[in-house]
Design a binder for this molecule. Sequence first.
Ligand code: AMP
Length: 368
Amino acid sequence: MNAQSPAALAPGATLGILGGGQLGRMTALAAAALGYRSHVYCPEADCPASQVTPLFTRAAYDDEAALSAFAQAVDVVTFEFENIPLPTVEILTRSVAVRPGAEVLAICQDRLREKDFCGDQGVATARYAAIDGPEALARHLRDFGTPAVLKTTRLGYDGKGQVRLEADSDPAAAWAEMAGGNPEARGILEAFVDFKLELSVIVARGLDGEMADYPPVENQHEGHILRTTIAPARVTPQIAEKAEATARRLAEAIDLVGLLAVEMFVTEEGEVLVNELAPRPHNSGHWTLDACVTSQFEQVVRAVMGLPLGATERHSDAVMRNLLGEDAEAWRTQLGDRNQKLHLYGKTEARPGRKMGHVTRLAPRNEG
Ligand code: AMP
C-alpha cells in the first residue's frame, strides 16, 4: 500500500473502535500518535479505552440508533474483541467499512468454524469433533480416549466454558459444566495435546494484501490466563518458520485486513498445531510496544486506515508479564525497575485474574 493511495485515510480521520478494554485503549493511543482521532463504542461507563479519547458512545451493541450515529461519526471501524454480535457489525457495514470484516468475525467467534477453516487450508490442529450433547460426548470420548478437552464453541475465553475430561469423568456432568446453564450451548471435543510449549504469531495484512508478521513468541499460562510472553520464542528456526508460514497462510485465506493472532501448540515431535485465532491485537503482542519499530497497535491502525504496514523488526528481546488483580498494587516497585516498562489500563476494580496492566522487561537482542 502506498501512503498516497486514495484508499489511505489521512491523519485527522476518525477510527471507530468497538469495545472499550485495554486493547482498544492501546489502539487509540497508537492512532493518536499517527494523528488520527478514535471514537470508542462500548456499553460500560469509564472503560479503559474511553479514558484516552473524548469521543465515546456508551450504548448497547444492539442499539440501532446509536450504531447508526456512530457509523456516521467515523471513517472506518475496527474491534478490540471478537465477541461483538454479528448483527452489530452487519448494521455498521451498511454505511462504513468494518475491518477485519464480518466473515472474519464469524469464523473466529466459533471454535468449530475456526478449526474447520484451518483444516480447509491444510493447517493442522488437535483432533476435534462437534458435540451437541452428553450422548455425543460419551460416544466421542470412547473414540478419542482421555485426557480430552470439551470447550464451548462460542463465547469462551481465558479457560471459561472449558472442561478437561479424564478416564473417570462423567460426560453428563462435563456437558453441564461446559454449557453453564445455556440450553443453546454447543461444544467441541479436542484431544488433549501434550505440548512442549505454546506459541503465537501475530500477522498483519493491509488493504492491498501486503503482509508483515512478528516473530513467534512463547506464551506461558497459569489457570488458563496468559501470565508471561517470551519474545522471541525459544524454538528452532524450522519451527519458527513453520509457525510464521501458518499464520500468513491463514491471514491470506481469511482475506484479513487488520491483525490476526494465531495461537499454536508445539509438540515434542516438532508438530505445530493451531489452537485459536483472534482477529485483533493480542495480549501476546504487548511486548511489541517497547521492543519493536512498529507495535501491534500501530500496525492495526496502519492496516485498517489503509496505510503501508510498518517494520516488525525488534530492536530488543523482551519478556512481558501480565499484572493480574492485586499484582498491579505493586506499581511503585515495578516503576522503579530501570529495565522494564510499566503499562496500566486505568481499571479501578482489581478482581482476581483481571488484567490490570503489564510490564515488559527488555534485554539486548540475542542473534543466537
Ligand atoms: P483456549 O481457550 O482454547 O485458548 O485454551 C486456553 C488454554 O488451555 C490453552 O492456552 C492451553 O494451555 C490449554 N488448552 C486448550 N486446548 C487444549 C488442548 N486441546 N490440549 C491441551 N491444552 C489445551
